[in-house]
Structures are given as structure tokens and as C-alpha cells.
Design a protein around this ligand. Sequence first.
Ligand code: FAD
Ligand code: E1W
Length: 458
Amino acid sequence: MAAERRITLIGAGLAGALLARLLALRGWQVEVYEKRGDPRLAGYQGGRSINLALAERGRHALRLAQADDAVMAHAVMMRGRMVHPLHGDVNLQRYGRDDSEVIWSVHRGELNITLLELAEQAGAKLHFDRRLDRVDFDAQTVHFIDDGNGHSHSIFFQTLIGCDGAGSALRGAIGKALDIGERVEFLDHGYKELVIPPTIDGRFRIEPNALHIWPRGNYMCIALPNDEKTFTVTLFMPHKGGATIEDPGFDTICTPQEARAFFERDFADALPLMPELERDWARNPESTLATLHLERWHLDRRALVIGDAAHAMVPFHGQGMNCAFEDCAALAQHLDAHADFGDAFAAFEAERKPNARAIQQMALENYLEMRDRVDDADYRLQRELELRLQQRHPDVFVPHYTMVSFLRVPYAVALARSEIQHGILLRATRGKHTLDQIDWPAVDGDVVARLARLPTTR
Ligand code: FAD
Ligand code: E1W
């Protein structure tokens, strides 16, 4: 047990609110400082992505916080990816074997409010309009600014947890006291959010229970359903295009009219769903994407960063929040197990750093898959074979997507197994067009030889 069960959290976003709940439920004295106003009063001011895919890792952490039911009350089931090729028919590629293997679309603002309410109910104290500005680690004081009126506020702290997202101010403060080995790897692609409103009679315009993807080679659109019958569409593409119209970028689409022409050409079936395209295009910013690598996540027993503040990733596996929630559960467990904060933080960092690295890598790799591969015949044959090998070798051959989204095997284990499995799939399908052509004895032999000796995924 920790000697002093008092803790100060910076950031009341997704990780901050969940961690506050988990620790308050344990009887800790939890204070949370958030730069924005109270979303329950002001309306949610969140800058980024309206909705998010929630998978098993995130749901497990929510269950530990007794928050799963409240969150799931507003979640929309997504059974698979609905692929909209440039030419050819729309097709649903199931994520799992049945409706027990699905992911869920949740509204970021609503999720945040639900978790804040539960944190407060458990006894956490929330302070809004408090932007962390400066930390004096020797005096153990932290200074906040109220961006509404410019006033500053200082408090004494024992231990700080930075749940303040990719642009973490606490990380910046730790970095001044210690070489944290920070490296930001920007993607040369960005994103813009658009909306598919409901029909006049208040219904979803396209299949609600799917994550829609329009793969277009170097760029793509996706759409996730919201429970108010809208979809949030996200266009991902290069910031800078090439010289020709075949190679578009955000910089080559300069006006809302050009955006319409671009959609007419490349997303013809999506365009009629978006009557407000020009308005959304002009109103919504083009945002950047990056992976954040950090060699050290904590300053002895005084401060730690978690979630995006420690390991922001590109969004292409839909795991950033799920990983941040997994962090919260792991940290609560390490705090239970260690009397000293420094010991708990070191154990947490040792457990989570390799796993964060693994999902960061898988998220980068998934962009190419999603934008360029999902409508290829060889990709689909590999997915079919994955499912058959799962049936033939239960718990030994487990599809990549299943390990990441439906199981809680450490991300690093999922990555290592996926790399081996990918080789097996490539060898087995080389020159083949259907499952009938598969050399089953050879493939089964390959599976046993390369996978059976590894620790299982259970
Ligand atoms: P945040 O949610 O960013 O919360 C940080 C909080 O800290 C905010 O409330 C902020 O106001 C506050 N704050 C910041 N600075 C200060 C300061 N100086 N002082 C006080 N407070 C401060 N993840 C998924 O799992 N599934 C998805 O489908 C998915 N889709 C995504 C799509 C896009 C386009 C993007 C960009 C990300 C997506 N993610 C997804 C990732 C997910 O958004 C993040 O991983 C998640 O929000 C991280 O939670 P967090 O609590 O660490 O940070
Ligand atoms: C998910 C933003 C985002 C969120 C996601 C996913 C994707 C592509 C994107 C990954 C996926 C749910 N994915 N989908 N289909 N195969 N992999 O699973 O969250 Cl771009």
C-alpha cells in the first residue's frame, strides 16, 4: 500500500477521467486539473475527432472502473469494415467470427462526461479552467493559469500524473528536469473531419453497424456512426500533393468547390451523403498526425506521464484511447502493488513502454493496409485464410486484428505473433487465388513449426 494516498492528475480527458475514477474507487484522495471548462456546463470543447472506436482493451478497463454499462448505453456496434472501392461493389469484411467479436463507436464528448461524472461520484475533485503552466519540482508546487480570465493559481503537490495528451505540458516540465529522450515523428499525411447528417426522416444514411472505408491508394476516407444517426467522416491524405491531379494533397485542394470536385471524382458514392461538404471543408481544420517516442516516462516518485502524453500514436488502428485506458488499469494495479510511487512508476514504465512501441508501429503499418490493401484480392484471400487457420489451430493461430481488438494479449506479443503469421500467410497464398488451392499439410506444418512453441494468446 502506498504510504500517502494522495495524487494530482493533470488533464481530465479520457485517461485522466478514467484514472481519477479508478483511484478514487480505491479511496485515494484525487485532485484533477483540466485546462478547459467543465464540459457538463459549457458543452464539450474537445478539439479532436468526434467519435472513437472502443475495443476490448478499453472495455476491460472500463469494467474495472464499473463504467462499462454507462458507456455502452450510447455505443454503436461496428461488426466490420464496409469497404467502398472506387470501382466495384461495397462489401462488408467482418472483424471477427460473430457479434461477440465487434468494436463500438462512442462519442468522445459524451464518453468524457460519463467518466467525469463517475470520477466525481467516486470522490475525485475536479478543477476546470486550470491549465498547467509551470512546475517547480524542488518546491513541489505547480502553477496553473485560468485561460478565461488570465488568473494564476498555485498548489502544493506530492505526485503528478500527466494525462494531458499529446501536447503534454507536464512532459515539457519533466523534460526540463531530466533528459526524457523525446522524439516526435510527424506523418506527412493529415486529416480533416466531415459529417454525414441523418436522412430527413431521422435515419442513418448508410449501414450504421460498420466502420466505412473508402480506400484510394495514397489517401482514404473513413466513417464511424454516432448514436444520433450521423456519421463522422475523416479524410486522411498527404499535406502536400504532387504536381498532378492524380496525386492530391490538402495543399492542392484550395477551395470548398475544389473539395466537391475532388469528392465527385474519388468518393462519388460518399458525396451525395454529405450535403454540407463545402461548409464542413471550410469550417474544419486540417490537423496533423504524429508518433511520440519517449525514453523515460517518469521523474522519480514525483511525476509520470501516461496515455497520449507518453506515447501518442497515429490513429489507424483505433487503439490510442484503448491503450490509454489499458495504461490506467495497469497504473492502478502497480500503485496497489508498490508502497513507493517511484517503484510503481518504474514498474509501470517497464511493462507499458514495449507495448506502447508495438501498437505505435502497428498503427503506422495499418494506414497502408487501410488505404491501399483492403480492396485487393490477395489481401482478402489472406484474411479468409487467417479465419480458416484460426479454426484449424485454435489459440495458436489468432488473426492479427483479433489479437489487437478482441484480446488483451500484450501489444508486443501481438506484434511478434503477427509478424510470424504474416510470413505464413504470404508463403501459403503466393500465386494462389482461392482457398481451394491451399496446400493444407504444408501450411499446417508451417503453423505448428513457427507458432506452437510460443506462449499462447490465452
Ligand atoms: P486526451 O484525450 O487528449 O486528453 C488530454 C486532456 O488534457 C484534455 O482534456 C486537455 O484539455 C487536457 N490538457 C491538455 N493540456 C493541459 C494542460 N496544460 N493543463 C491541464 N490540462 C491539459 N483512439 C481509439 O482508441 N480509437 C479510435 O477510434 C481513435 N480515433 C482517433 C482518431 C483521430 C483522428 C485521432 C487524432 C485520435 C484517435 N484516437 C483513437 C486516439 C485518442 O484520441 C487518444 O489516444 C486519446 O484521446 C488519448 O487520451 P488522453 O487522455 O491521453 O489524451
Ligand atoms: C479500427 C481512425 C480509425 C479508427 C479505427 C480504425 C481505423 C482504420 C481508423 C482499424 C481497422 C477501429 N480501425 N479497421 N479495419 N481494419 N483495421 O479497427 O478504429 Cl482510420
